[in-house]
Design a protein around this ligand. Sequence first.
Ligand code: PEP
Ligand code: MN
Length: 329
Amino acid sequence: MIFILETSQIPEFRESISLSTCSYRKIDLYDREVYFTWGGELEIEDKDIIRIPSDGRLVLSSRSWKEEDTVVDVSGVKIGGKDIVVAAGPCSVESEDQLEETAKEVKRAGASMLRGGVFKPRTSPYSFQGLGVKGLEMLIEAGQEMEMPIVTEILDIEAARNHGNKIDMIQVGSRNGQNYPLLRYLGTSGKPVLLKNGMGNTVDEWLSSSEYILSNGNGNVVICYRGVRSFESGTRFSMDIGSIANVKMHSHLPVAADPSHPAGKRKYVENLALGALAAGADMLEIEVHANPETALSDKDQQLHPNEFASLMNKVRKLSEALGRGVWKN
Ligand code: PEP
Ligand code: MN
């Protein structure tokens, strides 16, 4: 059973559980105490305490116990509030010059966070694997210079342990969307996490992944839709904006969208980005490269800086029509 307690309910519950024979684990989440209990006998008199059977259904990510939107603070940038947040930057950090030029361009166009891959999860082991720690140092420096929090993917617990504290937001990529040991570890870290959906996952499976992080006490989760594999080959992945509307309705977590990977080609990125915002996304993560034709990864889908600037103009107009704004640092 899962018990979710308001502050006033805590003293009585603590006393009951101390007298009971059940096993339990406790976390603090969004100013509530959450108890997971197993076996034994537990008598709880307060009927108002939220209790949910722990039978595999979605719990902590759901609006059924937390109606209000969660806002995740990434080093001062607030994701999930009125303003739409845009993170942009190259698929991979390739050199100081490439990163610096790209970071300047995306900042000028209005992005408030800097993305850049350094530990790359490439399909082929013979493809560029990223600059690793050297690339991370470049990304950290560029983020500081531009005053933009950074978001970057880590692939394993070791990297999270060694580098997590230097990264503003840790990205869990599609290929690691169901890496439960990694998700559990990030749950204990408290760091903001950008959790992408596994490319073969349903919405329920994706939200269940978020519950691995939440149930270990980290409420700073933004879920990021990046499309799924389907029979369609016109785009690289299928971006179902219905899934964005669905998670927005059922989960209190902020929702991001990555239109770059499902597009596969830069000409589709703008329309997918605007569609995702219209469907309710709170954040966009977009790949931009100062000179995409020379990129070492995902060169067909990364936007030229002028294309990104033109997209940002439309994002501003659309956000106004939606009664929202665009976050500025
Ligand atoms: C990326 O953001 O560079 C990336 C690899 O994305 P995904 O995990 O969605 O494929
Ligand atoms: Mn990429």
